[in-house]
Design a protein around this ligand. Structure first.
Ligand code: ADP
Ligand code: ZN
Ligand code: ZN
Length: 689
């Protein structure tokens, strides 16, 4: 008998087909089954979906097209997985088809059921995990593990860098796998380049055959292989970046989100989901324990882990000490730049400290949150600046290839010989980037020698030096091998890497975040500096002498005072107080609607028209709609960008408002105010305002 099935397919964002399409099938196919179906003139991958989500207008059965093929060599995607997709779609205001299909490995689109069956048969994993080489737990680790065992969570593991959080994750996984011969664990990290290190540790402990990775840096065949191993249950441990939160894990019992504060967990295009928040949701739905770990938790998670009596929902676990004897945290030294030579990139005391480390054969790391040589080129005669003709931003001066490059649209030109405004030859770089840091340090340390009498070696790591595949790994290997004395770079070097031999870390110029209009800037800075400090002295043997240097014009700023004391709770308390007074997250909930058009007026007109139609509903729900404003970088690649903030003290109210208002946005898009609009998108729980 012919059946009518609801099939989820990937349709373009915001198309009218937001949910499922109806198809005919000769036989019954269970929800979750992957199928190939005709869509227009092509054939596409689809998933049999639960009929309840069907929103297509009634179609005469006679006009429906049949399913082309069912990939039933694969077990159907589980109800829990489908629920995760539906939840993410409704929460983040995107089509379920977009989210579901993006979560599947691209190669599934190309293979037939028979080909898949063959791949599944290949003996990939035995599934039996055996743990070897576990160290004796520290008392703090043991206490934390007891609590995780005894309670349901979710847990926020607040542990200093080097306190042995990863060991806690390993033990939780071990306990789980020993207890349940089929259980699966998902362990997430914020960045692709942190996965190899983690994979090594997990594979060493449990055997490589039960561990797979999932991240966007993998080839399509690799991704398919990992995905199939997870989906079939052969892989017991899945390590990955934010996309891994959507992995098909039929026996998921544990979810770990390491460095949970990291903004990389938020997808910044398409469906702008937070993998951390979805992990918490998923764990709850599927009965899996969730552990969020960080030395500097996000203020949201910190707030959620306040005592239950005050409304906290997470269990806060503490590991304040570093592993090992004398595993002290580095000494934080502030250099008051008001008392240093004007325009000095490196203050004399910092320079002396670095020199001393080099002569002793120790490594230092200096970071600056700006790549290139200088953020802008300037003419002192006519005030010309190296603006990008296509963006409301300056082009960055890169001295190495003598170019001016726009970091927003990529527009690149040779540096002019004379000022394009007045012809003056006196054009100069203003401010500084990592290239300049490297150059200056090279000059300042020119006659410093390593213990063996060879000259000092400096290496720079930033987005410019690591464009090619494998370059970052090669550079990191140099650092690990001790071939580098001073490492210069952007914040990418300050995060997560386990640099055992670095004893001095310096932030060259971190002040700008103190006065940023972005209310999250201090949180990010504090976290970055704490993480960076955590890079120093990872070897207990040398940590006693390790130091974190901060060059600042505001040495007594509370943020630096708290950093000096390594006092995240004090910092968080002070920030949360400010946020509460200002009614900012986590005391309120936000969404942004962004619009892009050729003119700023068009972009704003669209937002304001939609806003006018939402005023009544917003008022009834205690939701505030703010007027449309230009985005902070207003124009990129000749496209004008505007945004509108929506805020409510209640998450549920905000969700209800957005759900109803979505239709309105579509309608305005089709109407006169949508004319000339290039695109629009909603960002729920945005990380940058
Ligand atoms: P974190 O993830 O908190 O930064 P790690 O788990 O990476 O810390 O641990 C820091 C270092 O201490 C690692 O080299 C790890 O192997 C080691 N370590 C962790 N727990 C123990 C332990 N119980 N005994 C000995 N060494 C440990
Ligand atoms: Zn000029
Ligand atoms: Zn540009």
């Amino acid at each position: 008998m012919t059946q009518q099935l609801s099939i989820l397919v990937h349709t373009p964002a915001h198309s009218q087909v937001a949910g499922t399409l109806s198809y005919l099938s000769e036989r019954a196919l269970a929800p979750g089954t992957l199928v190939r179906v005709p869509l227009g003139r092509r054939e596409t991958l689809g998933i049999v979906w639960d009929a309840a989500t069907q929103n297509q207008a009634e179609v005469e059965t006679s006009r429906l097209r049949p399913v082309a093929a069912a990939l039933d060599a694969l077990a159907p995607l589980s109800p829990a997985w489908r629920q995760l997709v539906d939840f993410a779609a409704s929460y983040y205001q995107r089509a379920a088809g977009e989210i579901a299909l993006a979560a599947l490995p691209p190669q599934l689109r190309e293979l037939s059921s028979e080909q898949l069956a063959r791949r599944l048969k290949r003996p990939s994993a035995t599934g039996a995990a055996r743990a070897v080489g576990a160290p004796t737990l520290t008392p703090e680790q043991a206490a934390v593990l007891d609590q995780i065992e005894a309670q349901a969570g979710p847990f926020l593991l607040f542990g200093a860098t080097g306190s042995g959080k990863t060991e806690v994750y390993l033990r939780c996984v071990q306990t789980l796998l020993e207890r349940d011969p089929q259980a699966q664990a998902l362990v997430m990290v914020p960045e692709i380049n942190l996965t190899p290190q983690l994979e090594e540790r997990f594979a060493a402990r449990f055997g490589a055959e039960v561990v797979v990775s999932l991240h966007s840096g993998m080839t399509n065949p690799q991704r398919l292989k990992s995905w199939l191993a997870a989906h079939s249950g052969a892989a017991r441990i899945v390590l990955g970046t934010r996309m891994a939160v959507f992995a098909s894990l039929p026996r998921l019992r544990l979810v770990v989100v390491d460095e949970e504060h990291d903004p990389s967990y938020k997808q910044q295009e398409g469906a702008r989901y937070s993998a951390r928040d979805l992990a918490v949701y998923r764990g709850k739905q599927e009965g899996a324990k969730v552990i969020l770990g960080s030395a500097t938790p996000s203020l949201e998670s910190w707030y959620h882990s306040r005592p239950a009596a005050e409304g906290g929902r997470y269990v806060r676990l503490l590991m304040p000490s570093r592993v090992g004897d004398g595993g002290a945290l580095p000494l934080v030294r502030r250099v008051d730049m008001n008392h240093q030579p004007k325009h000095a990139v490196f203050s004399p005391p910092l320079l002396e400290a670095i020199k001393a480390r080099v002569t002793k054969g120790e490594q230092s790391m200096v970071f600056l949150n700006r790549r290139g040589y200088a953020p802008v080129l300037h003419c002192s005669d006519c005030d010309w600046k190296s603006e990008c003709p296509h963006c409301s931003a300056y082009r960055v001066f890169h001295k190495i290839d003598r170019t001016l490059r726009c970091h927003h649209c990529g527009f690149t030109e040779r540096v002019p010989r004379a000022c394009p405004g007045c012809g003056s030859p006196d054009i100069r770089p203003m401010g500084r980037g990592t290239e300049q840091l490297e150059e200056q340090l090279g000059a300042l340390l020119a006659d410093v020698q390593r213990p063996d009498g060879t000259p000092v070696r400096i290496v720079r790591i930033d987005a410019d030096t690591t464009k090619l595949k494998g370059e970052l790994e090669a550079q990191l290997a140099q650092v690990h091998a001790g071939e580098v004395d001073v490492l210069v770079g952007t914040q990418m070097i300050a995060k997560g890497h386990d640099f055992r031999r670095i004893t001095l870390v310096a932030a060259a110029n971190p002040d700008s975040a103190l006065f940023s209009s972005d209310f999250r800037a201090p949180e990010r800075l504090f976290s970055l500096l704490m993480q960076a400090a955590g890079r120093a002295g990872r070897d207990a043997g040398i940590s006693a002498q390790s130091e974190m240097w901060v060059q600042t014009h505001h040495p007594t700023h509370p943020l630096y005072e708290n950093l000096k004391k390594h006092d995240y709770p004090a910092f968080a308390a002070q920030q949360l107080k400010e946020r509460e007074q200002a009614g900012l997250p986590p005391y309120s909930f936000q969404a942004l609607v962004r619009a892009e058009a050729r003119t700023q007026e068009t972009a704003q007109a669209f937002l304001n028209a939609a806003s006018a139609l939402g005023t009544e509903a917003a008022a009834a729900l205690n939701v505030t709609l703010y007027p449309a404003v230009p985005m902070s970088v207003q124009r990129v690649a000749n496209v004008e960008r505007a945004q509108m903030l929506i805020e409510s003290p209640s998450r549920a109210a905000l969700q209800r408002f957005l759900a109803g208002w979505h239709e309105v946005l579509h309608e305005v898009r089709q109407g006169p105010e949508g004319k000339g609009l290039i695109r629009w998108a909603v960002d729920v729980d945005p990380l940058t305002i």
